[in-house]
Design a binder for this molecule. Sequence first.
Ligand code: IMP
Length: 475
Amino acid sequence: MWNRAPPGPPTRGDKSHLPGALREDRGRPTSVIAIVGAQFGDEAKGKITDYLAAQARYVVRSGGGPNAGHSIHLTDGQAVLHQLSVGVLRRETVGISGPGMVINPLQLEEEIRDLKSRHLLKGEIMISERAHAILPLHSLEDRWEEGVRAKVSPATAVGTTGRGIGPAYADRYGRWGIRFAELVRPHLLAQRLDLLYATKAHLADLPAKSELLAELSASAGRLASYVRATEPVLWGAIARGESILIEGAQSALLDVDYGTYPYVTSSHPTSVGALLGTGIPPQELDEVIGVAKAYATRVGAGPFPTEVGGEMGEYLQREGKERGATTGRPRRCGWLDMVLLRYAARLNGFSALAITKADVLGGLEEIPVAVAYDTPGGERLTDYPPALAEDLEKVRPVYRNFPAWPEFTERLKERVRREGVHALPAELRGLLAFITAETGIPVEWLSYGPMRDETLWLGRGGTAPAHGGLPPWSP
Ligand code: IMP
């Protein structure tokens, strides 16, 4: 029983009620940072992770699988990572595909082969033994499930990536999934495959079990040296004060519990999911960086209150190169939505925000930002979206228009690279200050182009340093 007198409510900024690592006076360098998507995915999390990875010893993916596509623009080519962490692109860095993931071993091999052949694989790869395997039958089942939904009503189809993500997570919770630990043990693989096949009688055109077993066994043999108990590796790193980045995939509004259900993915792309998917305990998490575009996009079906169609939608799609890195599908485009951003900030406990793709809006006449929703019932919502997709479809966003900044020419980019925040257009700084004031979370990062060096650190708390530079969090 608790016998302490209940403390009064904490005052704003007072963190003394928080456990050890979250306190500012914790007296040790920041060690663990999680990067979390604050919208519907595709916020350029991969780019921000890659930028911070320059100072990290470990970069670990916590959830999802080949539904993700983290594009990194390098001077010597573009890398799109689906199941590997962006850490593998850096020398001296370990890229971990963590326990919370679902991983297709056959596609993983392809991804490794591709990076190797282009000499882009520079770090070390580790695959968690607890990650679950996605098999070809899961993609079949993904299509079968979408067919069932569409048959009942076209509106219920989720528009999944078709990569077998949902069925693989369903099998994980059904306790007939196959983990990488079993995949690399031939007798267990055969047993688990028998069980899994027994649950798939509803699927036509299943590959012959014996053929699949042979294919998986061969693949497992080639991947076995990467398969590890990854949690102790991370715990050891924490004990030594080494820096760990948790690379979020998908995003808060696609979370199976807190997103726009049922138009969501099947994992937990939130800060809590980042812990669950890596085995890092909560008190070790020092920072959560939320990543949001200066506008918004969504792929697949589901409510999107600030969606814009017509010429403006096409303009954003074209200028932002808004096509899915995994499926090539055009992304739906719209304006920044502060209701969803405030919600994501609370849900994830962001300690900082990164705003990306600011260059895409340069040169527009004005930039609308949704600051609230009006419901058909006459309510005004500011920070909590309705749980029912049907209700979220019906809200009317209340917009505030911001003056747009000039186009991000090469000359302007060069000035920002040289002079940092002082070279940023005043209109853009105004919008960043607004986002900070409205969410209570400092915008500490700005991305203004796809290249690695088109990223600016705005200083701790978003208070601009004299010039751009790297953050002081490396141990
Ligand atoms: P699934 O994750 O393939 O099951 O797809 C479920 C929903 O999440 C669909 O609307 C997908 O388009 C969306 N989704 C899944 N992964 C991503 C991503 O990495 N970026 C954006 N949307 C995603």
